[in-house]
Design a protein around this ligand. Structure first.
Ligand code: NIG
Ligand code: FE
Length: 403
């Protein structure tokens, strides 16, 4: 199938973020697509020899947005905890009292694979209405072999039910389950020796994530999980330096992680290690905002050291109940001082890098034809406004994607 999109204003993201050309709108462009892959982008491409010519009537076209960090498979909600926090109980304290992540674990264990799938689908659809064509979904609310696999199967079911690319991440090392309190190393054994091999055997996971934190797993434990993941051919990434500095970001980067996420408390050694290994720093302003944190990620250090920054929703019931990636772009600017250009890189090219997807996130020959088509004049409007429906269409591998 050969299709050509004509009269596009293309925001290609085809050069590095520091390169001024990368963000400039290419006017009056055509995009040629063959079998779902872009073959050429340019002003004077002939429309002869294509099965279909689709005019986009001068609309702005960006790569399809990529939400590179979500926890959108879960049951229950945490509105009561939200209320507790507003009555003065901190997130860490709620977690120590068995609330927090563990309360979602309880509800998720009780839910069936079908129930989890049914709950996840409208959340994914909400992201898609915002121009998202690829979503990463983590497990991490099951914390038993069966329940983690159940979550990953539900995530794969979302991919079957909707016109969206899903990548899945096993986050078995998300919290120490109640039955392993006081002997968390045994739980890490379970993650390494049972969950990872079982997820791989069923092709349920593309990557493995950990929560490296004082209330979760130590760097040594996370290192063991990463080794097991890599031994099974999976990519690695980490929730690191969200609440305290544990050195998890540097460890993950040294071991070849595609990305480290949150990173509010990362230090200079961490930043330099990310730069050295070209590891993406994924910023999650939704969680920062919702937990009313005050320590911001060191954006200027990332910039100075050339660390690629991604931006994601972290959609989850406890710290970021927000199903809008463009809202995160707004928060990237208003809370962290990112430019609208940096935000757009964060949800396209750098988000693809964070997921190790080398064929997505740009509009250039050889990349998948995943686009978002907008009724907007300028790309900066994506970061500027919240809640106005500005998406005209999404295309996935050159095919129009429906809601
Ligand atoms: O990314 N930091 C750990 N994990 C999630 C929170 C999950 C939860 O509170 O349910 C996060 O913020
Ligand atoms: Fe998260």
């Amino acid at each position: 199938m050969k299709r050509i999109f004509t009269d596009c204003r293309v925001v290609a993201m085809d050069s590095p973020v520091n390169d001024i050309d990368g963000y400039q709108v290419k006017e009056h462009c055509n995009i040629a697509v063959e079998n779902g892959v872009i073959t050429a982008v340019g002003e004077n491409l002939t429309t002869e020899g294509y099965n279909e010519v689709v005019s986009l009537h001068g609309r702005l076209v960006t790569p399809g947005l990529i939400d590179s960090h979500t926890h959108l498979v879960y049951a229950g909600d945490r509105a009561a905890e939200f209320e507790m926090r507003l009555n003065g109980v901190p997130y860490e304290e709620i977690s120590r009292r068995g609330g927090g992540i563990l309360s979602t674990v309880k509800a998720t264990r009780q839910a069936s694979e079908q129930e989890l799938t049914d709950l996840a689908i409208p959340r994914a659809k909400a992201l898609m209405r915002d121009g998202v064509t690829t979503i990463e979904i983590k497990s991490g609310y099951g914390l038993t072999l069966d329940d983690e696999l159940k979550m990953l199967r539900a995530a794969r079911n979302v991919a079957k039910a909707l016109d969206v690319n899903i990548t899945t991440t096993l986050l078995g090392a998300h919290a120490i389950p109640p039955e392993y309190q006081g002997h968390s190393d045994d739980y890490v054994d379970l993650v390494c020796e049972q969950m990872i091999p079982a997820a791989v055997a069923e092709n349920l996971a593309d990557a493995v994530d950990v929560f490296c934190e004082s209330i979760a797993f130590t760097p040594a434990q996370c290192g063991r999980v990463f080794e097991a993941a890599q031994a099974h051919g999976l990519k690695i990434k980490g929730h690191t330096e969200q609440l305290t500095n544990q050195g998890g970001s540097a460890l993950a980067a040294r071991m070849g992680a595609t990305s480290v996420e949150h990173v509010e408390y990362i230090d200079m050694v961490g930043v330099e290690t990310l730069a050295k290994h070209d590891t993406v720093a994924t910023l999650l302003p939704g969680a920062f905002y919702f937990l009313r944190e005050t320590q911001k990620p060191p954006i200027n250090l990332f910039r100075k050291n050339g660390v690629p920054m991604a931006l994601a929703t972290d959609f989850n019931p406890g710290t970021s109940p927000f199903a809008s990636l463009t809202m995160m772009m707004n928060m990237g600017s208003t809370l962290f001082g990112l430019t609208p250009k940096e935000n757009l890189y964060g949800v396209t090219r750098h988000a693809a890098q964070a997921l190790g997807l080398h064929n997505k996130g740009q509009i250039a020959a050889g990349f998948d034809a995943d686009f978002a088509v907008w009724d907007l004049n300028e790309p900066a409007q994506l970061s500027y406004q919240i809640g106005l429906p500005s998406l005209h269409a999404r295309y996935l591998k050159g095919e129009r994607s429906c809601d």
